[in-house]
Design a protein around this ligand. Structure first.
Ligand code: IMP
Length: 450
């Protein structure tokens, strides 16, 4: 089988800047696929100088030669999707509806999934800190085999109504029992709304398998834009503080309906410092002035985590929440290498880390952990059992650096920045091929020799 698939995956907790490499790889791709998750993800693409925020449509849509697929492993909010399609059309993007193919097997996020997301979070002693986009409830309906799929939006209204009625029996009971009567689902109204969205999206909803088979047969370049990241994976992440899909490479291939034999390259994306939004373990997290609800405490004396967050502008694109920030964790990268099969790394925000170093006087990289009295170089699996967060062992570099427009190649980089990259490569065992040196897509150093 032709090996023509490049997969782009996050290596930590998301927000690593996957869009930059996705844009580069999509430029000469034939097919670009979104495989997992839904409108909990978000990235900006640049079209004719204008920044467009996308949550569902693959960023590759801005290149006119691409076909773009939203795969069967995704969960789609049809209202969000419809507004994205309209926005792209209004901006003059070429033949959006002709090039966008939505798997009829993908599941639909309906308003009650978002209400349930809110309710489940409220009921938990330790909330996950979800994006409240209805992701978990939609995937659990899917696993429960009561989900509504994109194909269902094409059914006659009466049949669709029956399906929604069946699907929402238990949900209505939950709303009633928890004093949320106002959320009880008006099945008829919802079926009419869904049918309308079905009619709008009909042109794009299809069987994507023959499209994929055709591209593989003719050895056309296929790029998969991963969403979320390794530590948010339902099976391999910090369960239960995870998302409800499988953002690792294998899950991404499955969600895209791609055979593993077609895989050519996996590019893992990270940032030179790390961040996490939502709750859960974060061994290299730095102290910050954020209250228990995740809000910045105004007027508080800035701590190390605040310096990183402010210099990195670390506020969620989907939710606007301030992100928790910390040092680069190369141990997680090493674990990601073996779970997600990562060939190359892209490290974004190398410029920002230099500025952090300039401000604080040092930067750190976590190269091992102290855990249960031992030094380890792999992310431990049993944190939920031991209730112990691994203690980072750091290598420290004194000072920071500045990357200006004269830095065009790896050789041009300040020595301290190169020393940082070397530490990351040694500790993770993954070659760093790409370096993000600024916010624009072109602010990227590619090491052709790696
Ligand atoms: P959910 O995916 O909305 O259910 O949220 C589950 C966890 O994953 C929460 O901690 C979210 O903050 C996190 N999460 C989900 N999507 C993203 C993302 O695209 N970037 C970063 N974190 C995410």
């Amino acid at each position: 089988m032709n090996k023509c698939v490049t997969v782009i995956v996050g290596t930590k907790w998301g927000d690593e800047g996957k869009g930059k490499i996705a844009a580069r790889e999509a430029k000469d791709a034939d097919l670009v696929i979104r495989a997992t998750g839904g409108a909990n993800a978000g990235h900006t693409v640049v079209y004719k100088g204008e920044k467009l925020a996308l949550h569902l449509v693959p960023g590759g849509i801005v290149y006119p030669q691409t076909t773009c697929i939203i795969g069967p492993g995704t969960v789609i909010d049809p209202d969000v999707l419809w507004s994205e399609i309209q926005m792209l059309k209004n901006c003059g993007v070429f033949d959006v509806e002709g090039r966008l193919k939505i798997s009829g097997r993908a599941h639909v996020i309906l308003p009650y999934h978002k209400d349930l997301d809110e309710l489940h979070e409220k009921m938990k002693k330790h909330p996950v800190g979800t994006t409240k986009r209805g992701i978990g409830p939609c995937y659990s309906d899917k696993a429960n085999r009561i989900g509504i799929r994109m194909y269902d939006l094409l059914l006659p209204e009466i049949e669709l109504e029956k399906k929604i009625k069946e699907a929402t029996k238990l949900h209505n009971q939950a709303f009633k029992e928890n004093g949320m009567e106002e959320k009880i689902i008006d099945v008829r109204k919802l079926a009419i709304r869904c049918r309308l969205l079905g009619l709008r999206l009909e042109r794009c909803i299809t069987d994507i398998a023959p499209i994929i088979a055709d591209k593989i047969c003719y050895n056309k370049k296929i790029v998969v834009e991963g969403a979320q990241a390794f530590r948010l994976d339902l099976d391999h992440g910090d369960y239960p503080m995870v998302t409800s899909s499988h953002p690792v490479t294998a899950g991404t291939l499955c969600g895209a309906a791609l055979p593993p034999q077609a895989l050519k390259t996996v590019i893992g994306i990270d940032k030179a410092y790390n961040s996490r939004v939502g709750n859960g373990p974060f061994p290299t997290e730095l102290p910050a002035s954020i209250d228990e609800n995740g809000n910045v405490i105004k007027g508080a004396k800035p701590l190390e985590g605040d310096v990183v967050r402010d210099l990195g502008h670390e506020y969620g694109t989907t939710t606007g929440r301030p992100r928790r920030c910390g040092w680069m964790d190369a141990v997680i990268l090493r674990s990601a290498k073996y779970t997600s099969g990562i060939d190359y790394l892209c490290i974004n925000h190398l410029d920002t880390l230099g500025e952090i170093g300039n401000k604080l006087g040092y930067v750190k990289v976590c190269v091992g952990y102290l855990y249960q009295g031992h030094m380890i170089d792999f992310y431990p699996d049993d944190i939920e059992l031991t209730h112990e967060i691994p203690e980072p062992i750091y290598e420290t570099l004194n000072g920071g650096w500045t990357i200006d427009s004269s830095c065009e190649t790896y050789e041009d980089l300040p020595e301290l920045a190169k020393a940082f990259i070397k530490i990351v490569e040694d500790a993770s065992g993954i070659p760093v091929k790409y370096l993000g040196t600024g916010p624009a897509n072109d602010d990227l150093i590619v090491r052709e020799d790696v």
